[in-house]
Design a protein around this ligand. Structure first.
Ligand code: ZN
Length: 359
């Protein structure tokens, strides 16, 4: 069975039972859908182009900082209000909704890490979801992530309960984090967090299940198994995707169901392919990719500049002659496109790592 046979599957943004059905399909078949952090229409298009080429579902996500960037760094974004981040995320989701049917594949639109101090951003997005739901019978976004992993577990889970209760009537998916993803991303620095927080326990994860499953089945868990944001030299934190299997077994025995959890893999950049494969086998249905596609986007431009350096030093004059114009080299469509091409290729590589490819 192809993911296209999930009831209601269509090209463009999917939400609710369709989105959840695709995640179930992923878990059953042992693939995961990569989620790429996007900061503007260019990176969104690069992800969609890869999805179209592969004829596979993709996920587009906006971090709080990425949302603000989408709206434009020239706008005010006051602490505790985050008006530009709200606007950017909403505009980004609308852009994805309008453009993605043209690319012919199912697309999830998601928001990334939301810490406690960023909750006004979350509330703003949910207001937009509720407004969209009133008109169209589905939320604007497929899913949102709450990341209260820096708070005590009890508070983390309580806030997740509260928000999932608000999201459930819209059939929207909540991603939550328990334990901490190490490293640095979107300006959040967890590189000095104590080591035990970097590994969740079966009991920690089961507490999430107990609290959230009575509200809705539509939640995913970013459990910590030694994952770290960014690409670093091998350090003393070791990725242990086998832990995810222990969590599944622990919960599965209690609820009488095999592999009950839907896991999300954060900090997958630079991971060994064998670790990714083990994570997929243990119920990872989504993996976030940011650092690797950031590099790919830059690398396209870097290579272009190196190859065309002589044509990029002024508006007139290049190795072909002192009066030759350079407009066709410095036109942003030329060099932004070079970034898109290398990013699209990297998106395809992530899809292939996650077995999100047609056999
Ligand atoms: Zn993350």
């Amino acid at each position: 069975m192809s993911f296209w046979e999930v009831p209601g599957c269509k090209s463009g943004v999917v939400t609710g039972d369709v989105a959840w059905g695709i995640l179930k399909d992923a878990k059953e078949k042992g693939y995961a859908i990569p989620a790429f952090n996007c900061t503007g229409t260019s990176s969104v298009n690069a992800v969609l182009e890869a999805g179209k080429t592969l004829n596979r579902p993709v996920m587009i996500q906006f971090s709080e900082g990425g949302s603000c960037f989408f709206a434009g760094k020239g706008l005010p974004n006051d602490k505790g209000v985050l008006q530009a981040s709200i606007l950017g995320a909403v505009v980004g989701a609308h852009y994805v909704r309008h453009i993605s049917p043209a690319y012919g594949v199912p697309v999830f639109v998601h928001s990334d890490h939301c810490a406690k101090k960023l909750l006004p951003w979350f509330d703003g997005m949910l207001e937009a979801d509720e407004g969209y739901f009133k008109e169209h019978g589905e939320p604007l976004f497929s899913s949102h992530m709450l990341d209260l992993s820096e708070e005590p577990d009890e508070e983390n889970i309580d806030i997740c309960k509260k928000y999932l209760t608000r999201m459930a009537p819209m059939n929207q998916i909540l991603e939550m984090e328990i334990g901490i993803t190490g490293g640095v991303e979107d300006g959040v620095d967890n590189s000095s967090v104590s080591k035990d927080k970097l590994y969740s326990t079966p009991e920690d994860v089961y507490k999430v299940w107990e609290a959230l499953s009575p509200i809705s089945e539509k939640f995913t868990i970013a459990a910590a198994f030694g994952n770290v944001h960014g690409v670093y030299k091998a350090g003393n934190v070791k990725l242990q995707p086998a832990l995810l299997g222990d969590f599944q077994k622990h919960c599965g025995e209690k609820v009488g169901k095999e592999n009950p959890y839907f896991f999300v893999f954060h900090g997958g950049s630079g991971s060994e392919k064998s670790d990714i494969a083990l994570a997929l086998g243990n119920g990872v249905v989504k993996m976030n990719v940011d650092t690797d596609t950031q590099w790919a986007y830059w690398e396209g431009l870097l290579k272009f500049y190196k190859a065309k350096e002589g044509w990029l030093q002024g508006q007139i004059g290049n190795p072909d002659g002192p009066e030759k114009p350079n407009k066709s080299y410095y036109d942003p469509r030329k060099w932004v496109r070079e970034s898109e091409i290398t990013m699209t290729a990297r998106v395809q590589e992530s899809c292939s790592d996650l077995k999100n490819v047609n056999a």
